[in-house]
Design a protein around this ligand. Structure first.
Ligand code: IMP
Ligand code: MG
Length: 184
């Protein structure tokens, strides 16, 4: 799916496919250097992180292991509450492992700070976070995010794994939807 397929539904492109790829190459080089000689496990948070995981894994120069978690956060409507339930847990025992959580977006940061705490309780050597997008609300939580793709303003975004009502995850760029889409 591309901008042409969106017709009037696309408001604007915030981050192009080229910008995403260039940034991933930079983050990949840093991650390669930081984990040189170590056995890294990257953990994607379903479903949003599917695209970042696939592209990040392929720019890395070491044979990383990949695993997945799915979590749901209970909240009123579209806001995250920080009360989290595990829908799908890791298949990997992370005791004494170096773990890098890969996320699509950090908005309130509540889901992620819960997840970091949960994984840290399992006795890993290290837990770090890589996110494609960080939004300004995330500054309010005490959360150390080592690898950040883009700091974007507080708007609802879709594409590159991010959905609105389960759609638009398969756009190759990150953008906003025209207001009429939300009214339908
Ligand atoms: P949190 O508020 O940081 O806990 O984010 C929880 C989840 O809300 C994220 O993992 C995304 O799935 C979703 N989310 C937050 N902001 C957006 C957005 O702009 N577009 C699509 N999904 C979002
Ligand atoms: Mg997510």
């Amino acid at each position: 799916m591309d901008a042409k397929d969106m017709g009037r539904d696309l408001e604007k492109v915030l981050v192009t496919e080229e910008e995403i790829n260039a940034r991933l190459a930079e983050l990949g080089a840093r991650i390669d250097a930081d984990y040189a000689g170590r056995d890294l496990l990257i953990v994607g948070v379903l479903k949003g992180a599917v695209m970042v995981m696939a592209d990040l894994a392929r720019v890395l120069h070491s044979p990383v292991s990949m695993d997945w978690m799915a979590v749901s956060s209970y909240g009123a409507g579209t806001t995250s509450s920080g009360v989290v339930r595990i829908l799908k847990d890791l298949e990997t025992d992370i005791k004494d492992r170096d773990v890098l959580i890969v996320e699509d977006v950090i908005d309130s940061g509540l889901t992620l700070s819960w997840l970091v705490g949960n994984l840290k309780s399992r006795g890993p050597s290290s837990v770090e976070v890589c996110t494609m997008v960080r939004k300004p609300l995330a500054f309010d939580v005490d959360l150390d995010v080592k690898y950040i793709g883009f700091d974007l303003p507080n708007e609802f975004i879709v594409g590159y794994g991010l959905d609105y009502a389960e759609k638009y995850r398969n756009l190759p760029f990150i953008g906003t939807l025209a207001p009429h889409v939300y009214e339908e």
